[in-house]
Structures are given as C-alpha cells and as structure tokens.
Design a protein around this ligand. Structure first.
Ligand SMILES: NC(=O)c1ccc[n+]([C@@H]2O[C@H](COP(=O)([O-])OP(=O)(O)OC[C@H]3O[C@@H](n4cnc5c(N)ncnc54)[C@H](O)[C@@H]3O)[C@@H](O)[C@H]2O)c1
Length: 363
C-alpha cells in the first residue's frame, strides 16, 4: 500500500497527496478507492500526445472511461470549454460517485476542477498535475475556475481534490519555458517560508534531477498544504502566496499578457517585492534571487521608462481592497506580512531595481 506524502484536511475533505517517482501500482491503489466501474478523464491535449501511457493506465483500471481532451492554453479556461466538458459528462451519464481525473497543468486542473465541482453538485476529483507549476501550486488548495471577459479566474469554486498524484515522469516532456513558470512559484516559497529552497532550485536549474527535484517539489507542496490547511478560504495567511504577484500581475497586464509567461513575471515580481522589503528596513538581500537570472533569460530594461504606468496598473489587481495598495512584503526571509503601502516612491524604486536586474544583458 503506497503511503501519501501528506494529508490536507480542510472544511469537508481530506486530500491525499503523493509526490512520487513513476509507480503504476500507486495509480491502481488510488483508483481502487473509488469503487466505481467508470471514470471521467480530462486531459490536456499536449499531455495526451506526449504521455499517452496515462490514458492506457486509466483504461486498464476502469471498465468505462469518458475522455475529454482540453486544448492547450489559457483560452481553455472559458465558459464555452467548461460548457463543452459539462455536456460530455452529462451526456455520458456520469453519476455522483464517478471520479473525475484531471491530467494536465494549471489550465486543465482549474477547468476540470470546476467541472467536477459543478456536475451533479460535485464529483470526486483526482488531480494528476503534469507541469512543475501544477505540482507545487495549482493542484493543491482547491481553487478551481475559469476566466471571464472582465478578468482572470472570476468564475469558480473552492473544491478540494480527494487525491493528488505528482508523478515525476511527466516532467521529462515538459518544455523548457514551462520550467520557468514553476520556478517563479518555487522561488516564492523560498522567500516566504524556507530559504534552503534557493539552493535546491539552483541545483535543479543547473541540471540536477532525481532526488533533488523530488525534494524541491515536496518542500514546496508541503508549504502550500500547510498554508491551505490553516486558511482554506483565504481570509489570512493564504494571501502570503501572493508574494510578488501584485507586481507580476501589473507587468503581465501592461504587456497585454503576451510578452511574459506568468512565472517569468513572478520572477520580476519577487525581485521587486524583496527589494521593496529591503529598502523598507527588512533584513533581506534581493541579490539572493538573482542567482537564477540566467535561467529566465528575460529582457526587461526597456520597461524602465514605463514605471509610472506599471505602478498605476498595480491598483487594478483584484486582490486590492479599497484604494490602498496592499502588498505582501517580508519582515525578514521566511516572515511575510501584508502591508498597506503609503510610499509609492519606494514601489517605483522597487520596479527600477527589478527591471534593471532581471535583464539578462545587465550582467
Ligand atoms: N488553482 C490554483 O491555485 C492556481 C495556482 C496557480 C496558477 N493557477 C493557474 O494555472 C494556470 C497555469 O498553469 P500551468 O503553468 O501549468 O500552464 P498550462 O496548464 O497552460 O500548461 C503549460 C503548457 O504545458 C503543456 N504541458 C502540460 N504538461 C505537460 C507535459 N508533462 N509535457 C509536455 N507539455 C505539457 C500544456 O499543454 C501547456 O501548453 C493559469 O491558468 C493559472 O491561473 C491556478
């Protein structure tokens, strides 16, 4: 019997999380817990192509598999795609005990999770995250949902999975840029909770895999589990997971979501938030984050002239309440807090530091 890496107990669900090398027996054991002949399998289209073994494996474990393939990309977190998959589920007559297995990155996980929350008021949900970001972040914590024309993630539900299986085998086919997306969030955990993650992240970026990579993922997943178990509905400490993200969202919006992948924007955001903390008196050195700069290969110098607009864009972040700019900052490494910002000059200085230092050409 496989042992879960962690148990996350929230309002009404206990989630079993596995961070593991590839182990077909584990899937069989987990699926057997559902006492169902059939399942619904929602898979990212690139994963279907590059990791078709997962479909074969699921088909060996259930008599009937209702398959829905999700087109790659953020565009799939839409009302139309949600509706299409709802149709597939209902037309194939899934029942309330039919497990829904979501296989993919954060896009597929968020979308399929929301389908699971909606069909018949809730199907049991299993997440099989296939990107680094999904393993350390999006598959954990029960935030499911889709985008609306007025903004990202505006339609959704808190709906916890029963199982999460983070299988390292999927990372073998992950494109290089997607590693950066996960690394942005990984470095965030280093800042807010465990600075030893900086060393493991650097080792992985320099080519180490195996146990180091598994430990890195396990450490980050553990941090997210602890935060979610304490504050499932984001009334307190869960907000710390937004460290660097107010800067990142402003950068993404200002560049029309075209120029930077989310994790790349998070990297710039971490530099800015840490420098902001530093010049506000925290005992932190933002140079620590710079050791990963080579991997991100960013060009940001030209945006220095846009700092007034970037600062303005921070005010439209949906997590900002009232007129104040609310930022997650550090008191010291591993000690985040939420602060209402009054000194915008410091914010502009932080932008300047981050945009200048993140640029690969400024060595
Ligand atoms: N729910 C949450 O708590 C939470 C947290 C963070 C982010 N998110 C959401 O996650 C989404 C981003 O997730 P993501 O970065 O995983 O992106 P993604 O799901 O778009 O996947 C990235 C790309 O990698 C491909 N891919 C996935 N796994 C692969 C594999 N093993 N091999 C080859 N290709 C593979 C996909 O087809 C896609 O092209 C955003 O929509 C974001 O809002 C949600």
């Amino acid at each position: 019997m496989a042992i879960p890496f962690d148990l996350i107990t929230t309002r009404n669900t206990t989630t079993k999380l596995y961070v593991t090398e590839h182990n077909p027996e584990l899937y069989k054991t987990v699926f057997a817990e559902y006492a169902s002949d059939s399942c619904m399998l929602v898979v990212d289209e690139n994963v279907q192509k590059s990791n078709s073994w997962i479909i074969d494996l699921v088909e060996k474990c259930f008599k009937k598999v209702v398959l829905a393939v999700v087109p790659s990309g953020e565009g799939s977190k839409s009302i139309s795609e949600w509706s299409r998959i709802m149709d597939i589920a209902l037309q194939s007559r899934v029942r309330r005990k039919t497990p829904l297995i979501a296989v993919g990155g954060g896009v597929t996980g968020d979308l399929a999770g929301f389908v699971a929350a909606s069909v018949l008021r809730g199907l049991p949900l299993i997440h099989i995250p296939t990107t680094l970001l999904a393993m350390v972040d999006s598959s954990i914590g029960g935030k499911t949902g889709i985008n609306h024309a007025t903004g990202k993630n505006l339609i959704g539900a808190f709906y916890q999975p029963r199982h999460i299986i983070a299988d390292m085998r999927f990372l073998e086919t992950l494109p290089e840029r997607e590693w950066n997306c996960g690394m942005g969030e990984i470095l965030k955990y280093a800042c807010i909770s465990k600075t030893s993650i900086f060393d493991d992240a650097n080792a992985v970026l320099n080519g180490e895999q195996g146990e180091t990579l598994k430990k890195l993922i396990s450490d980050c997943a553990q941090i997210k589990c602890d935060i979610v178990a304490d504050d499932e509905l984001e009334s307190g400490a869960r907000a710390f997971l937004n460290y660097g993200h107010t800067f990142a969202h402003a950068l993404e919006a200002h560049t029309n979501y075209k120029r930077f992948a989310h994790g790349e924007a998070v990297y710039v955001g971490l530099l800015a938030a840490t420098y902001y903390s530093q010049i506000s008196g925290a005992n932190v050195d933002s140079d620590r984050i710079l050791s990963c700069r080579e991997s991100f290969k960013l060009q940001t110098n030209d945006l220095i002239k846009d700092i007034p607009q970037l600062t303005e864009a921070m005010f439209s972040d949906k997590k900002i309440q009232d007129a104040a700019l609310r930022l997650v900052v550090l008191k010291a490494w591993e000690q985040p807090k939420v602060e209402d910002v009054t000194d915008l000059q410091r914010v502009r200085e932080a932008w300047h530091f981050a945009l200048q230092k993140a640029d690969i050409k400024n060595n």
